[in-house]
Design a protein around this ligand. Structure first.
Ligand SMILES: Cc1cc2nc3c(=O)[nH]c(=O)nc-3n(C[C@H](O)[C@H](O)[C@H](O)COP(=O)(O)O)c2cc1C
Length: 338
């Protein structure tokens, strides 16, 4: 099966990767090459329908973790300790609070994007005000010719940056969506009014929806009551959220939303993909399953790589129950660059 179109979004196939799980699509430079999933050694990233970057902001941010890449090997234990305050395995899933830890849009476009041109990319951007989104879209417009990436994804649904996105959503949709020369995807949260947001997105010329972001969650040390994560609250992902993701996709369709939906939430197997397509998805996205494991579990990366390659083969071969509810947004093709 060849490339697929979700409205004006071109994907190489219907299996993409979710924001952040494969970093920026290329490893960080530095002594400790963190930032990339071990599976990237065993799965050529250009095989995915598209790879979605970590959410990029206007300025670099440490978030609740760190952007430092020059960790000497002897500092590794303290780095790993710190890591457990932003990412923990929990009941059938994972809870994380990286808080948009990222290198900033400029560095990404200068140092990382050029190294990922063989892949199809979705650039995820996030901001705290309307101007941030307009600035981010302008930066991508300037650096990336139309048609070179699949889309820009707007993250206005992160549960661990402690920001209320509701007041800026209308402005982001009216100002930043038409400013983009690339198709725009809006990422939805199960914690918010996702049907309302989807309706507003469709009216504003958004090309597709991604459902769902991580679900706001909390874990405490049962003996002391101390929160597991440095940010107290985090976002739940993995198998635990699959039934919630399915509910959101189905409810979007039940509500008459016709925009293409890229589903993410606990997907691991071909049956998971099938289930999401029956619920109304047009593409599926691998999140936690493309990256997260216990440290000893990373030794099994070649096996995971094999599983993901065979999942890709099945998706490429077709056999997914395509919803037939895709909608085409002709406005975008006549849109000029700013
Ligand atoms: C460690 C981690 C970091 C994430 N960072 C981002 C991010 O920067 N931006 C974003 O839109 N979603 C982010 N997500 C959410 C995922 O893209 C995805 O929507 C979510 O994890 C649900 O899919 P899954 O259950 O398959 O992991 C992150 C998820 C995890 C586990």
């Amino acid at each position: 099966m060849g490339e697929v179109w979700l409205g004006d979004i071109r994907l190489r196939n219907r299996l993409v990767t979710s924001s952040s799980l494969l970093g920026y699509g290329a490893p960080d430079p530095g002594v400790v090459p963190y930032g990339m999933s071990p599976i990237s050694r065993f799965v050529p990233l250009e095989r995915f329908g598209a790879v979605t970057t970590r959410t990029l902001t206007v300025q670099p941010r440490d978030g609740h973790f760190t952007n430092r890449t020059d960790w000497p090997v002897r500092a590794l234990p303290s780095l790993l300790r710190r890591y457990t305050t932003v990412l923990r395995r929990v009941d059938s899933g994972w809870i994380n609070a990286f808080g948009w830890c990222n290198i900033g849009i400029e560095t990404y476009l200068r140092d990382y994007y050029p190294r990922t041109r063989a892949q199809n990319t979705i650039i995820s951007v996030g901001g705290f005000c309307v101007d941030d989104f307009v600035t981010l879209v302008d930066a991508v417009n300037t650096a990336v010719p139309a048609g070179e990436i699949a889309a820009v994804e707007f993250n206005v649904s992160c549960p661990n940056v402690d920001h209320d996105f509701e007041p800026i959503l209308a402005g982001v949709l009216t100002d930043a969506v038409p400013a983009s020369r690339h198709p725009v995807i809006l990422k939805l949260s199960a914690d918010r009014d996702y049907v309302g947001h989807a309706r507003r997105a469709a009216a504003a010329g958004v090309s597709a929806l991604t459902a769902i972001n991580t679900v706001r969650a909390l874990r405490l040390d049962p003996r002391t009551g101390a929160p597991w994560l440095a940010n107290r609250y985090g976002g739940l992902s993995g198998r635990a959220v699959k039934p919630i993701g399915l509910r959101v996709v189905a409810e979007l369709r039940d509500a008459g939303i016709t925009l293409p939906v890229i589903a993410t939430g606990g997907i691991r197997s071909f049956d998971d993909c099938r289930e999401y397509f029956w619920a109304g998805a047009d593409a599926v996205s691998l999140g936690s399953a493309s990256w997260l494991a216990s440290y000893p579990g990373y030794l099994l990366a070649p096996l995971w790589g094999w599983r993901i390659r065979s999942l890709l083969r099945k998706v490429e071969a077709g056999g997914l129950p395509v919803s037939g509810k895709r909608c085409y947004n002709p406005q975008r093709h006549s849109r000029g660059s700013r």
